[in-house]
Design a binder for this molecule. Structure first.
Ligand SMILES: Cc1cc2nc3c(=O)[nH]c(=O)nc-3n(C[C@H](O)[C@H](O)[C@H](O)COP(=O)(O)OP(=O)(O)OC[C@H]3O[C@@H](n4cnc5c(N)ncnc54)[C@H](O)[C@@H]3O)c2cc1C
Length: 595
């Protein structure tokens, strides 16, 4: 079955849950009344289903091809589709109007990005990395750099990449060896090898702008000696057109488990000309601007692939006939009942749906805080938006990619043996999405970032505000009988998260291995608590619609899935708390040689 963009879900979230119409006084939101948003989502759904989705399996089967002249050809159809996608303005939705963008709220762009990522993840990555490069130059570039590059990157006329990883360093970027030698004219000679660079070379655009981490000669060792450089494939000429070919080459492509339509490149910088962006030795800070955006994009990949896989599994479950219902035949005239009658098949579908719908809400809610951080006139609102973005980015990246991958695995299980074959799409979804748990900082490293940096930042201001917000919701809605299970579920999860946070404060400081061993379960507990809040918000919005006489079965279904979340998913929070408070002892008991 082909992917069905969840526009109905998006509209419910944007209109009923996040109530973006109430923000019409803010820049960007004023250009996005609900009827315009609906048109944008419908058009996005159209290009995703008609152009991108049909190329998904082509990209998987044919992949990218490297040539001896260091060029790379993308799968058949990608080049035309990319031009159509760029000319349609899709990469530029949330970019600033000053640079050729449409200035729309990021949360609206996110809904469109979910659709493109679900329709064709490998394809969507070319535009995603380009937008990340746009964001980093916007944050740290000089005016001249902004004027030169941003209009081209905002519209994806040119593409972008991020060059961090080297053979000896992935997580530990302090070990970067790529070096930068000043040429004396403000430019640098960049030399070194980068590996696994997504979208590193291709035929989709006339120029590729690499953002490269390198060490200026004589810089301090470790992360405090790393700078960020712009290394264009073709050096722009005086008119800003692609000019002289720079000495940065793709010397090979990686063979890999999934996302075959995206070129994963070995990039050799051979005294390539580079321009410093931002301050010397402060490159990692700036790269984190790009990485934070990419991390939410990767969270979105988990959600998107999980959703596409869930849809395929639900369709299959309604068609595949095997066995009889435990309560008597439901398809008495057929040889067997469709497998959707079986509780265990339902369990897999409902697990996925409860997590994906809640996860989408959590991601959109956080992205809206990102919009407020940029657009709200009230400094307190902007600060809260920044705090939430920092605190929740690692939670969303790790939780949604792990649970999204779980949904693709359950989708394969629902398909039975068919899922393991290449006749059905389940296998590609599972293979494509697996990388999302690894790149942009592995999920384990996200958990360490949450516990080690994000929780203690500003004396715990972000987590304190978040917990107080949950208390506020519980207090304000405790008297609403129709919402009771949701309020109770949220109150219980919040209590567990608070207990876990206190345990970390006491035991993580005493022994850092306690914090390291607890970090992933803490992050999972955080994710579940966030989803409990989202389900409470969604239930409240659905109840309001039903109370107003809206008979659309969408709202009753929303409440039913929410109830499943409370009864069958949220109890995992207790297990997370029990595991993390057990401490590091059993985790670290065996000596390394015993493994
Ligand atoms: C398909 C693909 C595309 C990619 N695209 C890009 C790209 O566009 N640009 C780019 O620069 N890179 C890219 N990467 C690289 C990617 O970001 C790295 O693979 C990732 O950051 C992890 O680094 P690593 O593979 O070296 O693993 P390692 O750092 O060697 O980690 C191995 C394991 O050890 C764990 N670990 C490491 N350090 C710690 C620690 N301190 N505490 C606890 N656990 C730890 C990790 O969680 C992991 O489980 C890509 C990789 C792939 C496979």
């Amino acid at each position: 079955m082909s992917y069905q963009p969840p526009v109905r879900e998006h509209l419910f979230l944007l209109k009923d849950v996040l109530e973006i119409e109430k923000l019409a006084n803010l820049p960007g939101f004023s250009d996005a009344p609900m009827d315009v948003v609906e048109q944008i989502l419908d058009e996005s759904a159209k290009i995703c289903t008609e152009v991108l989705a049909p190329l998904n399996s082509v990209g998987d089967k044919q992949g990218c091809v490297w040539h001896a002249d260091n060029t790379v050809t993308t799968p058949p159809g990608f080049k035309d589709a990319f031009r159509q996608f760029a000319e349609g303005g899709w990469p530029a939705l949330s970019a600033e109007t000053a640079y050729g963008g449409q200035g729309l709220p990021a949360v609206v762009a996110l809904a469109c990005e979910e659709m493109s990522s679900a329709a064709n993840m490998a394809f969507a990555m070319y535009a995603g990395l380009t937008h990340g490069a746009y964001t980093a130059i916007l944050a740290g570039g000089s005016d001249a750099q902004k004027d030169l590059y941003l209009p081209k990157l905002a519209t994806a006329e040119w593409c972008g990449t991020m060059n961090l990883t080297e053979p000896q360093c992935g997580t530990d970027l302090g070990m970067i060896r790529t070096k930068a030698v000043p040429n004396g004219d403000g430019t640098y000679k960049i030399s070194g090898q980068k590996i696994w660079i997504s979208s590193g070379e291709h035929d989709l655009a006339p120029n590729i702008i690499h953002l490269v981490l390198a060490r200026i000669e004589g810089a301090p060792a470790g992360t405090r000696g790393i700078s960020l450089f712009i290394v264009p494939k073709f050096i722009p000429d005086a008119e800003g057109r692609p000019g002289q070919r720079n000495s940065v080459k793709c010397v090979g492509l990686e063979e890999k488990m999934g996302i075959h339509g995206n070129a994963t490149c070995v990039i050799s910088h051979e005294e390539a000309t580079g321009w410093l962006i931002g301050e010397e030795n402060r490159g990692l800070n700036l790269m984190f601007v790009m990485m934070n955006e990419e991390r939410l994009g990767v969270a979105l990949q988990g959600l998107a692939q999980g959703t596409a896989a869930y849809q395929a599994a639900a369709q299959f479950a309604k068609e595949r006939l095997q066995g009889r219902s435990l309560t008597g035949p439901k398809n008495p005239d057929g040889p067997a009942d469709p497998i959707i009658v079986h509780p265990d098949v339902r369990r897999m579908l409902m697990d996925s749906r409860a997590v994906l719908e809640g996860g989408r809400a959590f991601l959109f809610w956080t992205a809206l805080h990102g919009d407020l951080a940029h657009r709200d006139p009230d400094e307190a609102v902007r600060q809260k938006g920044d705090d939430y973005m920092a605190l929740l980015t690692p939670v969303l990246k790790s939780f949604l990619t792990e649970r999204g991958f779980g949904a693709t695995s359950d989708a394969m299980q629902v398909h039975g043996g068919s899922g393991f074959t290449e006749h059905f799409p389940a296998s590609q979804y599972l293979r494509d999405t697996r990388i999302s748990m690894i790149y942009e900082g592995t999920n384990g490293v996200q958990a360490l970032d949450l516990v080690g940096r994000k929780l203690p930042a500003q004396g715990g201001r972000a987590i304190t505000t978040f917990l107080a917000e949950l208390d506020g919701f519980v207090a304000a809605n405790g008297g609403d009988a129709t919402l009771k299970p949701f309020v109770d579920g949220l109150a219980s999860a919040k209590g567990q998260l608070q207990q876990a946070t206190q345990w970390l404060l006491q035991n993580g400081l005493a022994n850092p291995e306690n914090a390291g061993a607890a970090s992933m379960d803490y992050l999972r507990l955080f994710g579940l608590t966030g989803l409990a809040y989202m389900w409470a918000l969604m239930a409240k919005a659905a109840n309001a619609r039903i109370a107003a006489g809206d008979a659309d079965p969408f709202y009753a279904a929303k409440l039913a899935v929410g109830r499943y979340f409370l009864e069958r998913v949220l109890p995992d929070a207790g297990a997370c708390l029990a595991k993390l408070t057990a401490g590091a002892e059993a985790v670290m008991a065996l000596p390394a040689e015993a493994f």
